[in-house]
Design a protein around this ligand. Structure first.
Ligand code: IMP
Ligand code: MG
Length: 178
């Protein structure tokens, strides 16, 4: 895997710091609210599992699998719910946990989908953000890092299902996906 990485973009230490910062904000904001933390599969699992372990408040977890990519490096704008939540979210404070926001299409659609189920609130938490790529008005409520317009992998993020288990976020060499 390492040979396909152009350079380390966010190191393990930087990731840990970013995650800790968000976990602290969430713990303050959701104290006594018992949030429902929703892991958006598969890309968020590494971030999600680190994040919830740094939160020192009562919470619930659930999982949702959405897909919009296929073997491409851009979002199609068509979001399929492949696996839905098991929890009833009415009256709950929901936090959607994403790995990265790019065009914003995936989360705009998901946020709407969630809002229809009468939650008390829906907020968005992302590890990475590519603000210059946005084509929707979507803004995350919590984010750890802004990044440039580069295709990154690792710490849960994949290209064609590979590289998710790299412990850092790295920039993929162009020849690895072109
Ligand atoms: P959006 O709908 O364009 O915002 O796409 C968001 C989704 O695209 C993320 O959940 C990722 O699965 C994927 N994605 C966007 N940029 C990258 C990247 O640089 N590396 C890996 N996956 C990415
Ligand atoms: Mg994803």
């Amino acid at each position: 895997m390492e040979k396909d990485i152009k350079r380390v973009y966010i190191s393990e230490e930087q990731l840990a710091e970013g995650v800790e910062k968000i976990a602290r904000s969430l713990s303050d904001d959701y104290k006594d609210k018992r949030p429902l933390m929703v892991c958006i599969l598969k890309g968020s699992i590494v971030f999600f599992s680190d994040l919830i372990r740094k939160m020192d408040i009562g919470l619930d977890i659930d999982f949702l699998k959405a897909s919009s990519y296929g073997a491409q490096t851009f979002s199609s704008g068509v979001v399929n719910i492949k696996q839905d939540l098991t929890a009833d979210i009415s009256g709950r404070h929901v936090v959607l946990v994403e790995d990265i926001i790019d065009s914003g299409r995936t989360l705009s659609i998901l946020k709407e989908y969630f809002a229809k189920r009468n939650p008390a609130s829906v907020k968005i938490c992302t590890l990475l953000d590519k603000p210059m790529r946005r084509v929707t008005a979507l803004e995350p409520d919590y984010k750890a890092f802004d990044i440039d317009d580069e295709f990154v992998v690792g710490y849960g993020l994949d290209f064609n299902e590979k590289y998710r288990n790299l412990p850092y976020v790295g920039i993929l060499k162009e020849e690895a996906y072109k």
